[in-house]
Design a protein around this ligand. Structure first.
Ligand code: FEO
Length: 411
């Protein structure tokens, strides 16, 4: 059975949903699935925009063939060669010997690397080129490193549809949803949109910024944003573009405290919860506590993008940093995460070392991180006396939160 939706006039969503994949890119847990979006334009020429992951190809083919209804498929436009969107190219080419590919030089090079037989079946476009398919004219814009070097976006200048590739994408399977305004996006979807962007494209913030700048003059023409994952946008562009702008500038969304702890027997956990309690008691509203051992690092990264202040509370392990905290720090470095304020609590029964090492990592390996001076050392468990020492750490954090809030209000 086909499963398609109409976007506007002669443009249709023909993608598919993935529920059985547990790890996106074999690394990021999926608990609510993901969609692979593809779009079909039925103009005088028929044009398919991107394909889907191989896992959902059968549904995809059924969708495409249903809407083509026996017509030839004239063109397949490819914006991005990552296999979650490109794996089904060969299947389309085999089923439709008449189809010509449209993409750029780098993408065609990658297609050959992936073993696709494209010779004699492609038309190359470069930045600024346009192609007319009847009523519709499509303009192509390079978007390098959003998320691979060959990535590009395109604008249908006839109906204002922006095909944004991975840009404005999100985890969560659509399951019948097409438009972002059909759901309470800010309540139910934004966390997975943030986790998607920050973990998949987080490293390339400057490239996202470059694309936003380049796309700026086109925005008045845009009526729909069609990404390769997640819902289509037809209103509230300022909301989602604002989020992308903030994430790609590495600016926090929330003036608050994220406490990430590593605890082997519950003593460091007790310190983390005591800190959260003291912060809340003093009126800090946005406080979140996460156990590094049972929270996947993709969530920790996403929430570190979200929060202005992070407290790392960690046991010492093999005279070093607890491995999962080390993994979190390394992921922050890999994703270029920057401009946050940290505080550190260390624990150790005979040789607490984690604090100094975490501080050193933040100072030397990451960019523009501020580490508050009051490091708290716990020996085995938090005592009432150390609890009093924690109060000065709480005061430092609150002072820093206020200073940042004031600076933001002034800006
Ligand atoms: Fe959804 Fe970069 O692929």
């Amino acid at each position: 059975m086909h499963c398609t939706r109409n976007i506007t006039n002669d443009l249709y969503w023909v993608g598919a949903n993935e529920h059985r994949l547990s790890l996106f890119e074999n690394i990021h847990p999926l608990t609510t699935g993901v969609s692979y979006n593809s779009y079909l334009l039925l103009d005088e020429k028929t044009v398919l925009f991107d394909t889907v992951d191989w896992a959902v190809c059968r549904q995809y083919i059924e969708n495409v063939e249903y809407l083509l209804n026996g017509k030839p498929l004239d063109y397949l436009v490819i914006h991005h060669l990552e296999p979650d969107h490109a794996a089904s190219i060969n299947e389309i080419l085999l089923r439709h010997p008449e189809t010509k590919l449209i993409s750029n030089e780098k993408a065609f090079m990658m297609m050959r690397q992936f073993g696709f037989e494209i010779d004699g079946r492609y038309e190359e476009v470069v930045e600024g080129d346009t192609r007319t398919f009847g009523k519709h004219t499509i303009a192509f814009v390079y978007a390098p490193m959003v998320h691979w070097p060959e990535a590009m976006v395109s604008l249908d200048v006839t109906n204002g549809v922006l095909f944004s590739a991975d840009g404005f994408g999100s985890f969560i399977a659509l399951d019948g949803v097409l438009f972002a305004d059909e759901v309470d996006f800010d309540r139910d979807w934004i966390d997975e949109a943030r986790r998607y962007l920050t973990n998949i494209v987080g490293k390339y913030g400057p490239h996202v910024q470059a694309l936003l700048k380049k796309a700026g003059p086109l925005l008045p023409q845009v009526k729909y944003i069609c990404p390769l994952h997640g819902p289509v946008w037809r209103k509230d562009f300022g909301y989602i573009i604002g989020k992308y702008d903030q994430w790609s500038r590495y600016e926090p969304e929330v003036n608050g405290v994220l406490i990430i702890y590593a605890s082997m027997y519950g003593n460091t956990e007790n310190a983390a919860v005591a800190l959260a309690t003291k912060l809340r008691e003093k009126g800090v509203r946005n406080v979140k506590v996460r156990d590094v051992s049972n929270t996947h690092v993709s969530w920790l990264i996403s929430e570190t993008f979200q929060y202005s202040h992070i407290v790392i509370a960690s046991v010492t392990y093999n005279l070093g940093i607890y491995p999962l905290i080390h993994n979190y720090l390394a992921d922050m470095k890999a994703l270029n995460l920057q401009k946050r304020t940290f505080a550190v609590i260390e624990n150790g029964t005979w040789a607490p070392k984690a604090g100094d090492l975490i501080r050193e990592y933040l100072d030397k390996e990451l960019k523009q991180m501020t580490v508050l001076g009051d490091e708290l050392t716990i020996n085995s468990s938090l005592t009432e006396e150390k609890g009093l020492e924690m109060d000065s750490l709480v005061d430092s954090i609150i002072e820093s939160l206020k200073a940042e809030e004031a600076a933001k209000a002034k800006a």
